[in-house]
Design a protein around this ligand. Structure first.
Ligand SMILES: [Zn+2]
Length: 105
């Protein structure tokens, strides 16, 4: 989608917050490598902040998210790349309590 057709009205809140984020951005020194050598596979549930759970900050770990913290073929492929290219040498699969993906209905 090109910028001319981007629905800015529908994303005004996000775009406004992004301007503030960019103005205060403090991680430009980080590389693409996982500073703590960690990858976390967790659920897409927005109640989870995977970095805060482990006392980490931006740049410390690679985060992979999907419904239910499932280790799918795509997640495996990404973890292999992260291991070879992004300094990952530990992988934490982190499901959570009260996950809708783990419930019967
Ligand atoms: Zn979940």
């Amino acid at each position: 989608m090109d910028q001319e057709h981007f629905p800015t009205d529908g994303f005004a809140d996000v775009l406004g917050a992004n301007k503030e984020y960019v103005a205060r951005f403090k991680y430009s020194e980080l590389t693409g490598r996982a500073a703590k050598g960690l990858a976390i596979v967790t659920c897409m549930d927005s109640r989870i902040n995977p970095l805060s759970v482990g006392g980490m900050k931006s740049g410390d770990a690679k985060i992979l998210r999907n419904a239910g913290a499932r280790v799918t073929d795509d997640v495996l492929r990404t973890l292999v790349l992260a291991t070879y290219l992004l300094g990952v040498d530990r992988i934490l699969v982190m499901p959570h309590t009260d996950c809708r993906m783990a419930q019967e209905s």
